[in-house]
Ligand binder design. Structure first.
Ligand SMILES: [Zn+2]
Ligand SMILES: [Zn+2]
Length: 176
């Protein structure tokens, strides 16, 4: 018998792929992981996690806040952001790299990559991930310790390819 010392979270089903049953499963798994690690599952943390799991667009903290505003009016944007940052540090959600200023978040922590549209900014999960192998330096340069790397596949999504560029740009006004 070989003992298995490392307990990894099981690969999860995609939250976007199913109805609310999938989300409920994710939320249960989230609660389990929190308990295992001694992290308190507050109503606010649960609400933020659930809102993120329901949104497969890799939303910003602001977008999550907008989603929650009707139900939990007491949550400020700053609180939502703090909770997401906290969950990210604990490895319970993922922050995905973008070319925009605002960070975007992902409830899916299993290995996958992202298809990013350079026109509309949409970000779609791509899996199974391309087999990209990189030797991360153990002790980085100038004290930087590498922990992870992130692969984005950048291009133009189907919608943007079929729409004439002028039509997409005009009319929308300024995006703040
Ligand atoms: Zn697009
Ligand atoms: Zn993702």
């Amino acid at each position: 018998m070989v003992a298995n010392p490392i307990k990894r979270p099981r690969p999860e089903p995609s939250p976007g792929s199913g109805p609310s049953g999938g989300i409920a499963l994710w939320c249960r798994r989230f609660e389990d992981l929190c308990r295992q690690r001694g992290i308190r599952v507050t109503a606010q943390r649960m609400a933020v996690y659930q809102a993120l799991a329901q949104d497969s667009t890799h939303p910003t903290a602001d977008a999550i806040h907008a989603r929650l505003r009707s139900g939990l009016s007491s949550l400020s944007p700053a609180t939502v952001y703090r909770i997401l940052e906290f969950l990210e540090r604990e490895g319970l959600v993922r922050k995905v790299s973008t070319t925009e200023g605002a960070g975007r978040f992902d409830a899916k922590i299993g290995e996958h990559q992202h298809l990013v549209c350079r026109v509309c900014g949409s970000m779609v999960d791509f899996e199974p991930a391309l087999p990209v192998r990189i030797e991360l330096p153990k002790i980085g340069i100038r004290g930087f310790v590498a922990e992870d790397f992130d692969v984005r596949i950048v291009g133009t999504c189907r919608q943007c390819r079929s729409a004439p560029p002028q039509a997409r740009r005009g009319g929308a006004g300024n995006n703040k």
